[in-house]
Design a protein around this ligand. Structure first.
Ligand SMILES: NC(=O)c1ccc[n+]([C@@H]2O[C@H](COP(=O)([O-])OP(=O)(O)OC[C@H]3O[C@@H](n4cnc5c(N)ncnc54)[C@H](OP(=O)(O)O)[C@@H]3O)[C@@H](O)[C@H]2O)c1
Length: 396
């Protein structure tokens, strides 16, 4: 393959769970992908190991002192020719780099917004993992993509599955009625709801089917993750909330279904391994080997589907509530949830009170939809203050 056919990737959040899977798929196809740029938060040794293996042209760490350490470590290891940048701006600059064809947005949390937006404004192909981008600033992000011509291919497994099940990836195609996102139900799907107060961080991050980062694992346990995905789906595919449903599917083999007017569902079935949707997004519209085998359906035996029990998963209701409220409510929901999850992981908040903190923040403010990054940041900051105060009061 000629050099011009090689896709030059920027992997943002390279040291994380999605970043690692992306680099794994890229390494399987050296003729098709070159890792041009990598970024992370503060993990110097993790990014150094990636630089050693993939030899990108650029690297960035959001934490300035960590970036300085990375430069020193690269020198000490005798690795030359990698330009290191620092800070959120340094990370965003990689997303907009003229040498980059496709940007994998796998930074965790609202911290990923600036770099996703930078990639969008630069009209890149965006392999979108950072769901917070759409949750916090979905309208502004999709509008920017329309203007800049950025192509968005979802990496989140459910949205990737929907994308695969829709003609041309578009929900506006004739005959599409609704979409159904599946949820595993997380580690507490069978636990007595009255005992959720005693859940520890270790229990909450032990997901039965998926291996993921800590924050998203807690979100899976509360099902806020599914709520964020419903919001993400509405923006990505231009759907009203009533056309997006959630069903519990404990095997995590069917990732989503698209329902058509003739009574058909098209489902995507695959192992719960993020390399499957990542490889699809990287290769689209072609298929790439991901390193994952087809599911042995006879061995799997059954595919179960159940309704979601609202009492067990109040966070899902809150996400629909924020979506219907519109304006900046989803940004408030996201920020308050991030604060509550951090407080839970630090032992400052009971697991069953994550929803209460988020609900309080939602009730406290109803801002208009953010038009851009500064207005999204302002809503985010205000919601964090409200949520921190709620954590202090509830646990005080
Ligand atoms: N994991 C999954 O299966 C999955 C599935 C669907 C969607 N997603 C979404 O994908 C995103 C990443 O999830 P994950 O599970 O891969 O998270 P993760 O394992 O916690 O990794 C997070 C990554 O973000 C980096 N990071 C943190 N703060 C940063 C900042 N300010 N600037 C630049 N990089 C920063 C981290 O760097 P350090 O290592 O230096 O902290 C790390 O590389 C999330 O939005 C999540 O919702 C994940």
């Amino acid at each position: 393959m000629a050099e011009r056919d090689v896709t030059r990737l920027a992997v943002l959040g390279a040291t994380g769970s999605i970043g690692t899977s992306t680099l794994d798929v890229a390494a399987r196809h050296p003729e098709a992908f070159r890792v041009h740029a990598v970024a992370a938060g503060r993990d110097v040794e993790g990014l150094l190991a990636i630089c050693q293996r993939h030899r990108p042209a650029r690297a960035a760490l959001a934490d300035a002192s960590a970036a300085a350490q990375l430069s020193a470590r690269l020198r000490a290891e005798g690795i030359a020719g990698i330009e290191v940048s620092a800070g959120e701006d340094g990370v965003a600059a990689l997303a907009a780099d003229a040498e980059v064809d496709a940007v994998v947005t796998a930074v965790v949390g609202a911290a990923g917004l600036a770099s996703s937006m930078a990639a969008c404004e630069a009209g890149k192909t965006i392999l979108l993992a950072n769901k917070e981008t759409l949750v916090v600033a979905g309208e502004a992000f999709m509008e920017t993509a329309r203007r800049s011509g950025a192509r968005i291919v979802p990496v989140d497994s459910e949205h990737n599955a929907v994308f695969q099940g829709l003609p041309g990836g578009k929900a506006s195609a004739p005959g599409v009625e609704r979409i159904l996102l599946t949820a595993s139900g997380g580690p507490f799907r069978d636990r007595d709801p009255d005992t959720l107060a005693a859940v520890t961080p270790e229990e909450a991050v032990a997901h039965p089917n998926w291996s993921m980062g800590r924050k998203i694992s807690v979100d899976s346990a509360t099902m806020m993750n599914k709520g964020l995905e419903v919001i993400e789906a509405c923006h990505l595919f231009g759907l009203a909330p009533e056309r997006v449903d959630v069903v519990i599917h404990r095997q995590s083999l069917v990732h989503a279904l698209v329902g058509y007017c003739d009574g058909s569902y098209l489902a995507q079935v695959g192992s719960p391994d993020m390399r499957v949707p990542i490889a699809y997004a990287m290769g689209y519209p072609e298929r790439l080997a991901s390193g994952v085998e087809l599911v042995d359906l006879a061995a799997a035996g059954r595919l179960d589907f159940e309704a979601v029990e609202e009492r067990r998963f109040p966070c899902l209701r809150l996400a629909y509530q924020a979506l219907r409220a519109g304006g900046g409510a989803c940004a408030v929901l996201n920020a308050a949830n991030e604060v509550a999850v951090d407080a839970f992981l630090e032992g400052r908040l009971r697991f069953d009170r994550i929803a209460a903190v988020t609900e309080e923040a939602l009730a406290a403010q109803a801002p208009p939809a953010p038009r851009d990054l500064p207005s999204a940041s302002a809503i985010d900051a205000q919601a964090r203050r409200t949520a921190e105060a709620a954590v202090a009061r509830i646990e005080g």
